[in-house]
Design a protein around this ligand. Structure first.
Ligand code: SIN
Length: 481
């Protein structure tokens, strides 16, 4: 197949990047491995953070983003997000997304941890991801410039003279498709399902990171993995996310004796660690969300999941515990989603432009999908024509599916609190990406945000503003302004 741009991944970032590239006149092939309902964006309950309130401003959103990032956010990338996020909300509205309104017909703004004002827009309450991705995929399906290759998994990137010139995909029947393009955009999602306990769909195991790394692109900041504080702890649906927006509406976190122990709206790293601390204090200790005062009609999928688990939020305390939720690290990019490999772009959770630093601010991830999805889609559409028209070297890419033992080992040794010994054990794991994560976490000899090491319990100012760059087998720190 030939086109101008290939987009791999049909979650929020991929769909939007594809639509933007098509709007810019490019012919796009959208390669989609999983059905829409299995993408992390479809599962997203949080909304889009944007400075839309009269009392808000991009500068205030930026200050909150940088504070949550714990001194490791790339300021230029965070600034772009905060300045352009409101415009993304408007563009999504023009594409047919209906965001929830308040009684006066203005956009209803929710509050989440680490935000100093109400700034999160939702569509259908906690069904936001579902609503947005449905609307965008319907648009992509009828766009004459976009060809959707469904049920096709990207297996390798194609290279010619150090440039990425496309992708090789395998269809569900085993047939191989070779796609030649000027620009390839990876939007394959994160890697949080590499951890045994996760809020993510099973396919989010860093497939894009593996593809990019084996084609020679740089990765960064893989030691920064966010653990969401409130995943359901129940055999009926273990790990199901209970959105932070619910705490924004007054849900409380309590221990076994019904006592609060943390500011429920502190940034996520702080809340998750406080829960971990309570749970480690005693083998039987539990932590619960008290939803008894909450109007659950705003949280339809949470209400349905609790019902399925036999829990009544109007009566029962809901058992919760942290779970791996979001990878701040990924394929290293600039502010237009450009990876270090010519012709390759990355956007959404598989990308790392450094904006989230050591701890992402709630609902900055969907915002990132649209702000940087637009930039990457436009930059990909403008990529230089190919000199070589066909062919190219296809590097061997390892199987992106981790064995179950790897997931258990990551949870045990690269979970909320790590030690050098545990991380060293992971260096022998059979799954290459697990080894790279361990190497990055070992190299950051401090505790910061989501990366907590009991053997290095404090942040070290020497790492302020430093990103962990992974190039082939080498790891080094780099300052990104
Ligand atoms: C949530 O709804 O709590 C998760 C949203 C996010 O990851 O920002």
């Amino acid at each position: 197949m030939r086109a101008d741009v290939a987009v791999v991944g049909a979650g929020a970032a991929g769909l939007y990047a594809a639509l933007v590239a098509a709007r810019e006149g490019a012919r796009v092939v959208l390669v989609s491995r999983s059905p829409l309902a299995e993408t992390a964006s479809y599962w997203a309950q949080g909304g889009i953070a944007a400075a839309l309130a009269l009392s808000d401003s991009p500068a205030r959103h930026l200050a909150d983003t940088l504070a949550a990032g714990r001194g490791a956010s790339r300021p230029s990338a965070a600034r772009v997000l905060c300045e352009e996020s409101a415009e993304s909300v408007r563009d999504l509205e023009s594409l047919g997304v209906h965001f929830d309104a308040d009684r006066r017909g203005q956009l209803a703004l929710g509050l989440e941890g680490g935000h100093s004002v109400r700034r999160v827009v939702h569509a259908g309450g906690s069904a936001t991801g579902r609503r947005i991705t449905r609307e965008l995929s319907a648009r992509a399906a009828v766009d004459e410039r976009i060809e959707v290759l469904e049920g096709a998994a990207a297996r390798s990137l194609q290279l010619t003279d150090g440039r990425c010139v496309g992708v090789v995909a395998e269809r569900s029947g085993g047939q191989t498709v070779s796609i030649h393009v000027r620009a390839t955009v990876l939007a394959t999602g994160g890697a949080a399902a590499l951890w045994e306990r996760t809020t993510n769909p099973p396919g989010t195991v860093g497939a894009g990171l593996t593809l990019a790394q084996h084609a020679g692109a740089d990765l960064a900041d893989l030691e920064f993995v966010q653990f969401h504080p409130t995943a359901l702890r129940h055999p009926a649906n273990d790990g199901f996310l209970i959105t932070e927006a619910i705490r924004g509406e007054g849900a409380l976190l309590v221990d076994d004796s019904g006592e609060r122990f943390v500011d429920e709206l502190a940034p996520r790293d702080q809340v998750a660690l406080a829960i971990e601390h309570v749970m480690r204090s005693d083998t039987d200790a539990g932590v619960f969300l008290d939803l008894r005062r909450i109007d659950m009609t705003h949280f339809p999928n949470v209400a349905a999941a609790l019902k399925r688990a036999g829990l009544d939020p109007g009566r029962d305390l809901i058992p919760v515990a942290p779970a791996a939720h979001y990878t701040m690290g990924g394929i290293a990019t600039d502010l237009d989603g450009r990876a270090s490999l010519d012709g390759l772009f990355a956007v959404g959770e598989c990308a790392c432009n450094g904006m989230h630093g050591a701890n992402r601010l709630a609902s900055n991830s969907l915002a990132e999908c649209f702000v940087f999805g637009r930039r990457a889609g436009a930059a990909a559409a403008a990529a230089a024509p190919l000199e070589a028209t066909i062919g190219g070297f296809v590097p061997d890419t390892p199987d992106p599916v981790p064995p179950p033992a790897t997931r258990a080992a990551l949870w045990r040794n690269a979970g909320l609190v790590r030690t050098a010994d545990g991380l060293r054990e992971l260096l022998d794991d059979p799954f290459p990406l697990a080894r790279t994560i361990a190497a990055a976490a070992l190299a950051r000899e401090e505790s910061r945000g989501a990366h907590q090491r009991s053997d290095r319990p404090a942040p070290d100012p020497a790492y302020d503003g430093q990103h962990m760059l992974i190039r082939g087998g080498e790891i080094r720190l780099e300052r990104w302004d």
